[in-house]
Design a protein around this ligand. Structure first.
Ligand code: 5GP
Length: 111
C-alpha cells in the first residue's frame, strides 16, 4: 500500500472535502488554507512532481488545467492563482504532484 497521503485521499482511506473529481483528477480543500478559497487539484495517478512528468502525462496536465478552470468557476472566482511547488527547496512538502488553486482575496505576486 502507498505511503503517499494524497494516494490515500484518492483511495478514500483519508477523508477530504472533495469539490470535484473525474476519472483522472481530484480536487479537494486544503486542510490548512492560505486563502479564503484554497483547493488542491491532483492527478489520481501518482506522479511525484512536474520534474517527473513523461510525455504521456502531458494530456493529463491539460486535463488538470481544465479541472482548475471548472473548479474556479464553480467557486465563483473571477481571479485566482495556480501554484505548483516543485521540489523541497521550492516548498513542495507532499511528493505527489498537486496544483494549489488560491482565491477569494487580493493575492500577492511572488515573482
Ligand atoms: P506543498 O507545500 O507540498 O505544495 O503543499 C501541500 C499542501 O497539502 C499544503 O498546503 C497542506 O496544507 C496540504 N495538505 C497536507 N496534508 C493534507 C491532508 O491530509 N489533507 C488535505 N486536505 N490537505 C493536506
Amino acid at each position: 500500500m502507498s505511503d503517499c497521503i494524497f494516494d490515500k485521499i484518492v483511495a478514500g482511506q483519508i477523508p477530504s472535502d472533495i469539490v470535484y473529481q473525474d476519472d483522472a483528477v481530484m480536487a479537494f480543500k486544503d486542510i490548512n488554507p492560505k486563502a479564503p478559497t484554497h483547493i488542491l487539484i491532483i492527478p489520481k495517478k501518482h506522479i511525484v512532481s512536474i520534474s517527473h512528468l513523461t510525455r504521456e502525462d502531458l494530456p493529463l496536465m491539460g486535463h488538470m488545467m481544465e479541472a482548475a478552470k471548472k473548479v474556479a468557476a464553480h467557486q465563483g472566482l473571477q481571479a485566482y492563482k495556480l501554484v505548483i511547488n516543485t521540489g523541497a527547496d521550492a516548498g513542495q512538502v507532499v511528493m505527489h504532484l498537486h496544483m494549489h488553486l488560491l482565491g477569494g482575496k487580493k493575492l500577492e505576486t511572488p515573482v
